[in-house]
Unconditional design. Structure first.
Length: 158
């Protein structure tokens, strides 16, 4: 399979992951925790990098290296989230903070205290019995391995 075809598939997977996350949030009404929101960032970065690569058709090897690093970080982040859900790790400051304390007005603080914050350890939505953090860990790991192999074998494919 051509490298550009693999990049297009990764682009589709990344786009689908983002669309699915927003569908679950806005259509199905499940409010994401802070870690869920952060876990979307690698997919946004991947979409941008792949679009740039497909537009200019240069620096393919660097693109695979960047995608490897991005999805490796995504794997670690989503595994950490999975670990919080399973009780292996305790929730961090990322899970508990909605805004910077210095930027809150008295009214904002009262409003936040009245709202129920979404905990990173609570699993509100599952698919096939798996939490989204678990699914994200698996997908990110697979994309890491694919991009690493493409990076390491880049010169062989030419």
């Amino acid at each position: 399979m051509k490298n550009s075809s693999v990049l297009k598939i990764i682009l589709l997977v990344s786009t689908f992951a983002l669309v699915a996350a927003y569908f679950i949030e806005y259509i199905l009404g499940y409010k994401p925790c802070n870690l869920c929101l952060v876990e979307r960032l690698p997919y946004f970065a991947a979409v941008i990098i792949i679009f740039i690569n497909l537009s200019f058709k240069k620096f393919e090897k660097i693109t695979f290296l960047l995608l490897t690093l991005i999805f490796c970080a995504a794997t670690i982040l989503s595994f950490y989230h999975f670990g919080i859900e399973q009780g292996f790790f305790t929730e961090s400051l990322v899970c508990n903070s909605n805004n910077e304390i210095g930027n809150l007005t008295k009214e904002d603080l009262i409003k936040q205290l009245q709202e129920q914050p979404v905990s990173c350890k609570n699993v509100d939505f599952t698919l096939f019995g798996l939490s989204l953090a678990t699914i994200n860990t698996i997908i990110s790991l697979i994309l890491t391995v694919i991009n690493l192999r493409l990076f390491l074998n880049h010169e062989k494919k030419k």
